[in-house]
Design a protein around this ligand. Structure first.
Ligand code: PGA
Length: 261
């Protein structure tokens, strides 16, 4: 039995609040017929409140793209878990490779953020993934192992059970180069094994592992068919209602094909 897929849209630094509302209204209409996919959208902070109002009477969930690891304080320019909760967020993306690369976030900080998100009842979507240099040097498993160990390695059992992992190879993000379904599955099953060893088989089997990196309507099915791919974190293709809705439909069809009712 496969898990119900989770498809999350990471809008990055795109869309003003009014543009976001227009996009989400179209999406809401398109998502009407979807019952077997958990849909999460992660607009920029400035659009969260407005988008939240539009999502009020839908099953689409709201997430943020980042968060600081304190509930409040003198941290100019940062945003706290309580502020995110206040806008209606249920999820938060943490440790995205763009945060790691451009804003120098490391696994120690990401670990603090994960713990804080959990403490304030936000579901963290923790991103891991190797660069092309690391993959070419055949160090991709080592890199991802270190990221997993350091960012989510020593959580309490009830906390790890609420974490979502997103495997996003850096070389596949925004480049149009998707990892092949086999490459993605290889890493997903590796991450699953790490979780089984560090926590337990029961925990490992329950944690959703999403794939991210140039997910498009035409590659969704082949990725979703893999046993350890439980959903997708979608960047570029989530900025258009049509392509994001198609990805959701593909995920729903793959799920239904494997779990006939
Ligand atoms: P992409 O981005 O789908 O545009 O490659 C994915 C991500 O960065 O989460």
């Amino acid at each position: 039995m496969k898990k119900r897929p989770l498809i999350a849209g990471n809008w990055k630094m795109y869309k003003t609040a009014s543009e976001a509302v227009t996009l989400v209204q179209t999406l809401k209409a398109a998502a009407h017929t979807v019952s077997n996919v958990t849909i999460v959208i992660c607009p920029p902070f400035t659009a969260l409140s407005e988008v939240s109002k539009v999502l009020n009477d839908t099953s689409i969930d709201l997430g943020a793209q980042n968060m600081y690891c304190a509930p409040e304080g003198a941290f100019t320019g940062e945003i706290s878990p309580t502020m995110l909760k206040d806008t209606g967020c249920r999820y938060v993306i943490l440790g995205h490779s763009e945060r790691r690369q451009y804003f120098k976030e490391d696994d120690i900080l990401i670990h603090e953020k994960v713990k804080t998100a959990l403490k304030y009842s936000l579901i963290p979507i923790v991103c891991v993934g190797e660069t092309l240099t690391a993959r070419d040097a055949k160090k991709h498993f080592d890199v991802v192992k270190t990221q997993c160990d350091e960012s989510i390695g020593c959580l309490e059992k009830e906390d790890i059970a609420r974490v979502i992992i997103a495997y996003e190879p850096v070389w596949a993000i925004g480049t149009g180069k998707t990892a092949t379904p086999d490459q993605a599955e290889q890493m997903h099953s590796y991450i699953r094994r790490l979780l089984n060893e560090r926590y337990s088989q029961e925990v490992g089997s329950r944690i959703p592992i999403l794939y991210g990196g140039s997910v498009k309507p035409d590659n969704t099915k082949s990725l979703m068919e893999k046993p350890n791919i439980d959903g997708a974190l979608v960047g570029g293709a989530s900025l258009k209602a049509e392509s994001f809705a198609q990805i959701i439909q593909e995920a729903q069809q793959s799920y239904e094909a494997e779990n006939p009712s």
